[in-house]
Design a protein around this ligand. Structure first.
Ligand code: AMP
Ligand code: MG
Length: 404
């Protein structure tokens, strides 16, 4: 049995880093940027008004009221080509270019106009309500750094910078294979002693939420031949993920099926709960992650191992899913040598502290409690008993737009 950190380090060491591809902005959300977004335009391209009102020379309106002669208009997308002279003003609208000679905007609310002359009721110092050229960004400036997962805001900024194509990492192609004679797909006829195989779909959702492309190979029966043949279908994937069949029972055949096909095993047992049987190795160039069959174990192992592997493939750093601090809402007994991930509800104390209260039953077949949990409490190996109110580390399940 190896520790969680060591297992993760070994997985990450064997995971390929994927090349970049070019996509249009409409396909860029959630992708990891491979090359920085560099502005191709300056915004605003020249000084513009921040309000609807009148462009004036600040010195003309230092003493009010004062009446100025309106000599033209500067709407957004248009311009007043002349120069604003002493005693003159130009009607201007938000985004309208500041005419030559003017250096301040008097907002409409502080004026009275008869269409030809405008009485200014409040002074405006130089620069008032003027957005100088390049206030937002200048051509050549970096807008979004490489190595970042693109947010909705990043997409908006790239668009504003006139960068319609982005270089992003290719999506990791993850082949998924469930194993088990007892499994049928949701919607299929459920025979006696059969259950619904949920891992393929939950893992596909996980992979896609984390920027990957899931290729579902379906369900392999518990026989070495069929299992071996189906794993062969993973050719071309960046990673094959299997679920089930990696324990020590007679029907746990993944290792022997892979062994027949030149599989090189790295490890298959980790000091973790849920999820002691976890297999990792390679066939040819394809890394294989064998997750346990129990639905909670398979998803928790996906969170702990597959998520970081997907991030690494896409060139993301490993520090964006850090554990957070919380206090226990109920006491916990001493832990054994396996690192525990306990499903828990999260509430907030009046003083703002997070309170994590574990569910009473933590059986790894109970997918409903995982779906209802807000976080996982991480209990390190050999942690002593802990009273309610003691500090623990948690992984939240509800972050981001989708959560896990
Ligand atoms: P195994 O690791 O194959 O021994 O499976 C452990 C437990 O998880 C068994 O009770 C299986 O029936 C169950 N199981 C395996 N794969 C799935 C799956 N895809 N969906 C739901 N339960 C599963
Ligand atoms: Mg099985």
């Amino acid at each position: 049995m190896i520790a969680v950190e060591e297992a993760l380090a070994r997985i990450l060491a064997a995971i390929p880093s994927l090349p970049a591809e070019t996509v249009g902005l409409r396909e860029a959300l959630g992708r990891v940027l491979a090359e920085p977004v560099i502005a191709r335009v300056t915004q605003p391209p020249s000084a513009v008004s921040a309000m609807d009102g009148y462009a004036v020379r600040a010195e003309d309106v230092a003493e009010v009221p004062v009446t100025l002669r309106q000599v033209g208009e500067a709407p957004a997308g248009g311009a007043y080509d002349g120069t604003v002279g002493s005693g003159e003003t130009v009607r201007i609208f938000t985004g309208g270019p500041l005419p030559g000679g003017a250096d301040a905007i008097v907002i409409q609310e502080n004026t009275e106009s008869d269409g030809e002359s405008v009485t200014i009721l409040k002074p405006a110092p130089a620069g008032h309500y003027v957005r100088p050229e390049g206030l937002d960004f200048r051509a050549g400036e970096e807008g979004v750094a490489a190595g970042r997962r693109l947010t909705v805001r990043d997409v908006g900024l790239a668009a504003a910078m006139n960068v319609p194509w982005l270089r992003v990492r290719r999506r990791p192609r993850i082949a998924l294979l469930s194993t088990g004679d007892e499994l049928v797909m949701p919607g299929e006829l459920v025979g006696p002693n059969q259950i619904i195989g949920s891992n393929g779909l939950s893992l596909a959702a996980f992979v896609e939420a984390r920027g990957g492309e899931a290729l579902n190979l379906g369900i392999a029966p518990d026989n070495v031949e069929a299992l071996g043949r189906l794993t062969g279908e993973a050719r071309g994937a960046d990673l094959l993920v299997t679920t089930g069949g990696v324990s020590v029972g007679e029907h746990d055949l993944v290792r022997s099926a892979l062994g027949d096909r030149g599989f090189s095993l790295d490890f298959w047992k980790i000091a973790m709960r849920p999820g002691k049987p976890l297999l990792f190795g390679t066939i040819g160039d394809t890394p294989i992650l064998g997750l346990p069959g129990n639905p909670v174990s398979s998803l928790v192992c996906a969170i702990v191992f597959l998520g970081p592997a997907l991030d690494a493939m896409q060139g993301l750093g490993q520090d964006h899913q850090p554990a957070m601090a919380a206090v226990l809402g109920a006491p916990l007994g001493a832990n054994d040598r396996r690192q525990d991930y306990l499903r828990a509800r999260l509430t907030h104390h009046a003083d703002g502290r997070r309170v994590a209260t574990p569910f009473d039953r933590q059986d790894s077949s109970m997918l409903a409690t995982l779906a209802h949990a807000d976080c996982l409490i991480i209990r390190p190996p050999d942690a002593p008993a802990a009273a309610a109110g003691e500090r623990v580390e948690i992984l939240t399940l509800t972050g981001g737009a989708i959560g896990i």
